[in-house]
Design a protein around this ligand. Structure first.
Ligand SMILES: Cc1cc2nc3c(=O)[nH]c(=O)nc-3n(C[C@H](O)[C@H](O)[C@H](O)COP(=O)(O)OP(=O)(O)OC[C@H]3O[C@@H](n4cnc5c(N)ncnc54)[C@H](O)[C@@H]3O)c2cc1C
Length: 475
């Protein structure tokens, strides 16, 4: 697929020695490659799979930036101070404040750098953890293609089907010298580099690492790039890197509960447009206006794990084809919704205990109509926005819904130059890490748009710093 994209700096011969060797062709790796190439280094990017993109191209493509042209055009007042406060609040102050400051300091210049290279952003949305709308949507494949083409023009090269396996170190504690790799032909090779940048993404596709670091996700669904199996994490740990934020791996609520070709990974959040969430006993179990990560945790604790978002025609009328999480009509067309003319029929169709869903809906509706407080604390549709309304307009719908691990958020410790550091906070010489393989930035919670955001902001910084390492290349 990638081969069909014109203008990529594809290479088939693996060099023996490079300036900066970047591992993993998601956003973090592509940004690092371009920045290193722009700084004048011979930069090479190796990608394990046959295509660029990793989780980046499967994502909703939202980046969290503050103070952008698009925000100004939409009359949104944002600031770096507000962004910093939100990041720390969402992360419950467990974030590494140096990384939060670093992101805040460099996010706007990174946004401008991306735009200069052709990246375009659409209408800004509000999203989880943002006190003002700052989710900037973009076509992520187009973004990576822009970065790679620009990197190619500066002399950088990309090799597909080439997997990094182990870091090579000078003695037990010396500098990182390069990487042992396996090429598309299965041949093992060693590539020496002045600096190595790990940009291998997270481990949402690795059952073993998930079981090790996130046993609470045992019943969760998973999504993300096929190559995201924690290779960079393991390589970093093997040379003594520190690790942060593993307790804070969270799943996202909304994903279709069975494998389905039309589930693109984003799921739907009908709960934010008036749906209730019910479990296998036909009972509500959460304040549906809460953060989708918290709803995800609550759903995983339910009997049978699978839950349903139940809604009526009024919510269906709010379906929006432009916003994947609100594309309810599209899900109906794809056969992903159960539909019935009455709550009683819906209850039977879902196989819920007799009378259970009818009681739940009646209680929910009565409380709203009588102005009584909701026993689960729900006061709005989403966050502090939107007035509650009863589920009363047929037809009624149910979306079988699970919790999905989209990203793993935790990872290797780094300093403010993106150098990987060990357990004693000493940098491991000439080893850098960026993107989802890095921990410390999100802390205890993730603000929408900051995984893509950190891949770009820290990827670019890592490329610049890695390019500044003393070169042993003879030009
Ligand atoms: C459905 C979905 C929706 C999402 N939506 C958003 C969103 O809107 N906003 C947001 O901020 N975040 C979102 N995320 C999370 C975000 O997409 C990722 O955290 C981010 O893209 C990670 O970028 P990355 O460059 O670090 O890793 P990736 O984009 O995953 O790239 C890593 C690359 O490294 C390669 N690789 C792995 N091991 C090796 C190896 N040994 N050798 C060579 N290559 C290797 C992989 O194959 C992969 O191509 C979403 C994720 C998913 C799955």
């Amino acid at each position: 697929m990638t081969g069909a994209i014109p203008g990529l700096p594809l290479e088939t011969e693996l060099p023996e020695r490079v300036g900066v060797l970047v591992v993993g062709a998601g956003l973090a790796g592509c940004a690092a490659l371009l920045a290193a190439a722009e700084a004048g280094q011979y930069a090479v990017l190796i990608e394990k799979t046959d295509a660029i993109g990793g989780s980046t191209v499967k994502s909703a493509g939202l980046s969290a930036f503050a103070g952008t042209d698009e925000q100004t055009e939409q009359g949104i007042e944002d600031s770096v101070d507000l962004l910093r406060a939100d990041l720390l609040e969402v992360g419950r102050h467990r974030n590494d404040p140096r990384l939060v400051d670093l992101y805040c300091e460099h996010q706007l210049e990174t946004y401008r750098w991306l735009k200069r290279h052709g990246v375009a952003y659409g209408e800004i949305h509000a999203a989880s953890g943002q006190s003002v709308p700052r989710s900037h949507p973009t076509d992520t494949t187009a973004m990576l293609v822009h970065l790679l083409r620009a990197a190619g023009r500066s002399g950088a090269r990309l090799l597909l089907g080439t997997a990094a396996q182990r870091l090579v170190r000078d003695g037990e504690r010396g500098r990182v010298l390069g990487v042992d790799v396996v090429g598309p032909d299965g041949e093992h090779r060693r590539v020496l580099a002045d600096a190595v940048v790990l940009a291998t993404g997270g481990f949402s596709q690795d059952p073993e690492l998930l079981a090790t670091f996130a046993p609470q996700m045992a019943n969760a669904l998973t999504a993300g790039g096929a190559g995201n199996r924690g290779d960079g994490l393991k390589m970093g740990l093997a040379v003594g890197a520190g690790l942060r934020d593993t307790p804070y791996i969270k799943g996202t609520y909304g994903h279709y509960a069975e494998p389905h070709p039309d589930e693109d990974g984003t799921g739907i959040l009908a709960v934010y447009k008036g749906a209730i969430a019910v479990n296998a006993l036909g009972r509500r179990f959460v304040d549906e206006s809460s953060n989708y990560k918290e709803i995800g945790d609550a759903a995983l604790a339910q009997p049978g794990v699978r839950t349903w978002q139940v809604f009526d025609a009024r919510t269906m009328a709010m379906s929006n084809d432009e916003v994947p999480i609100y594309e309810f009509a599209g899900r109906e067309r794809a056969g992903m919704l159960v539909r019935a003319d009455s709550v009683a029929e819906l209850e039977t169709a879902l196989g819920l205990p007799e009378g259970s869903l009818q009681r739940t809906v009646a209680d929910y509706n009565d409380a709203i109509e009588d102005g009584r407080p909701d026993p689960l604390g729900r006061r709005h549709l989403s966050g502090a926005v939107g007035e509650l309304f009863p589920l009363a307009q047929p037809p009624f719908y149910a979306h079988p819904t699970g919790t999905v691990v989209l990203a793993t958020y935790c990872g290797l410790t780094v300093d403010t130059r993106m150098r990987v550091s060990d357990w004693w906070h000493e940098p491991i010489d000439r080893l850098y890490a960026v993107g989802e393989v890095v921990g410390g930035f999100h802390g205890a919670g993730y603000m929408t748009g900051t995984s893509i955001g950190k891949a770009a902001v820290f990827g670019r910084l890592a490329g610049q710093h890695a390019a500044a390492e003393e070169s042993e290349l003879a030009w």
